[in-house]
Design a protein around this ligand. Sequence first.
Ligand SMILES: [Cu+2]
Length: 297
Amino acid sequence: MTLQVTVPAGPPARGTLSLRKSVDKLSDAELANLRQAFAGAMALDDDRGFSYFAGWHGEPFNWCEHHTSLFLPWHRQYLYYFELALQAIVPGVTLPWWDWTVSDSIPAAYGVDSRAPDNPLLVSQVRIYRSGQSEPAPPRTPGQNPGVPPLPYQDDWNQAMAATSFAEFQTAIEQVHDNVHVWVGGIMQDIQSAAYDPLFFAHHAMIDRSWRLWQTQNPGATPAATLLDNGLRPNGMTVRQTLDVTQLGYEYAGTAAEAPGPTAPNGTAAATPADASTQTSAPGPGDRPHTPSEGSF
Ligand SMILES: [Cu+2]
């Protein structure tokens, strides 16, 4: 089965946007829905299921983009399609973000919970898509890797957010992102297995939210124009189609709804529309050629 997705032509009304929230702000009912959606996805062995989507990122498909100029757009469409798959199981559910700029530990929702003994957000087994077998997942080792600083990463994040070109921002935020992966440890510290940890999606919702916030501060700053029509694996959503989250039907709680992007109608994109329509980021360090992953961040 293939997910059929139509990206709406115009900006949807605010009321139709689904809202992604901080994991710390989820109500008990919202957390229960999230867990139900993950559990449901984990019970599916086909291309609606959790291991299929986890397999996009690492084993077996390896479609992800890291340390390339497509890091942020690729992961935005990845979360978009995975969230649709969760919503097919529990309508209205959204991916929460883990704000590691203020948090110094893994969110309680993703840990041992006496009220949810089989917490699907804390996996102990990995079943690589279509491998036919489950293997024990090495447990997370939060904060134990001496190679990265302790959480929170407020200063590094602030520095990334101060970037003025897309390429500069993407490179800086990916470095912070890498450190969080390694800080968590377990299967999260290896590109091949990272997305089989549900915490991956809370981490990447934070990365995607960071990009969204940066976009509101830097209206019209996009990836290089030559990249905008690139199709992203595997469904071919273009980079351009990832630029405005409201066109993808979602928004981050607490973020202004006026999202600047090349597809936004004239006049709403920025206080200085002339700049917004012409500004593109120059190739920078983030545009270096793709180097195949060696299986770690
Ligand atoms: Cu990642």
